[in-house]
Design a protein around this ligand. Structure first.
Ligand code: FAD
Length: 308
């Protein structure tokens, strides 16, 4: 069995693998796709000490760092279920989609999350070419340009307020009749001079030309009339979904499906820790996921020296 088995190979999982392996304990990492979300990222400019890199380079560097140590890397392997140890100090089992079962004294869950898509024409085509999901990451790329935010919940309204300080203009498009964000955020948004809000508005298409976004079409749901907003960028903010469906009923999750962790990254199951975007830790960023991965590995090590 493994001393530490990590499920998920994004920044959180890779950091956990490096930290665990450096303790000289038997470490394995199973990932559906090593690198995680960073594979889909164009530019990364906020990983401290790395002025600028791109996603595929960053993802390859994560894997190279884990490979520099004695780590069992199982790429393209999806976990389907986790079975807690039968008794204290026993082995946790992770059941894989390929039918295999991996056993470990401790497990670190770092399965990340995915942004919910609006699924309109143009979204997939112009992803990273004007269609973005993370205002902290990509907001500065639209400095002085016109953007839209799809979604008027807390994340959409926060994104719009954030962007309004950087970009020329922000159009907020919300499907429901009212913005669903907290009143204090809505009030702040409404006070901004370079923001236009459309509620009861259904996004129907993201348009583009020469491989770049040039507009957003929405339908006024009251009148049925379609409008076109010329712009350069669209931020989709209709939810971040944690990849935790396979844990339901076993590991305690928040109402958003995030794994509930304490300050040490421990879950409700003894010996099972979690890190990164799949957890309740706020602000989903690479540097935060990596830090939490390191923390979870140290917590797993601490668990092993006490119980293993
Ligand atoms: P992830 O990166 O999501 O990795 C999860 C891992 O778990 C993957 O290996 C996945 O294949 C695996 N996995 C999932 N389910 C299973 C399963 N059942 N079994 C086995 N493996 C599984 N952040 C920044 O800081 N700066 C940026 O510039 C930036 N830009 C971004 C741009 C885009 C387009 C996106 C989508 C995100 C961006 N982010 C950025 C956010 C950042 O990528 C995430 O916060 C970070 O990758 C989270 O790391 P993680 O390890 O928690 O999860």
């Amino acid at each position: 069995p493994y001393d530490v088995l990590i499920v998920g190979g994004g920044p959180a999982g890779a950091a956990a693998a490096v930290y665990a392996a450096r303790k000289g304990i038997r470490t394995g990492i199973a990932a559906e796709r090593f690198g995680g979300q960073t594979n889909d990222t164009l530019g990364i400019e906020n990983y401290i000490s790395v002025l600028e890199t791109d996603g595929p380079k960053f993802s390859a560097a994560l894997e190279a760092h884990a490979k520099a140590y004695d780590v069992d890397i199982m790429n393209l392997q999806r976990a389907d279920a986790i079975v807690p140890a039968a008794q204290a100090g026993g082995l946790v089992e992770v059941k894989m989609a390929n039918g295999g079962v991996l056993k470990a004294k401790t497990v670190i869950l770092s399965t990340g999350a995915r942004w919910r898509n609006v699924n309109v024409p143009g979204e997939a085509e112009y992803k990273n070419k004007g269609v973005a999901y993370c205002p902290h990451c990509d907001g500065p790329l639209f400095k002085g340009k016109r953007t839209a935010v799809i979604g008027g919940g807390n994340s959409g309204v926060e994104a719009a307020i954030d962007l309004a300080g950087v970009v020329a203009h922000v159009t907020v498009v919300e499907f429901a009749e009212q913005l669903k964000a907290d009143a204090v955020l809505v009030k702040k948004l409404q006070s901004l001079p370079n923001v236009t809000i459309h509620t009861n508005a259904q996004t129907t298409e993201i348009t583009g030309v020469d491989g770049k976004v040039n507009g957003l079409k929405y339908k006024d749901r009251a009148t049925g009339v379609e409008h076109l907003v010329p712009l350069e960028g669209v931020f989709v903010q209709i939810g971040l979904v944690p990849n935790t469906e396979f844990l339901r009923g076993t590991v305690e999750l928040s109402k958003f499906g995030e794994i509930i962790v304490d300050a040490k990254g421990a879950t409700n199951i003894p010996g099972v820790f979690a890190a990164g975007d799949c957890t309740t830790v706020p602000y989903k960023q690479i540097v935060i996921a990596a830090g939490d991965g390191a923390k979870a590995a140290l917590s797993a090590f601490d668990h092993l020296i006490r119980h293993g």
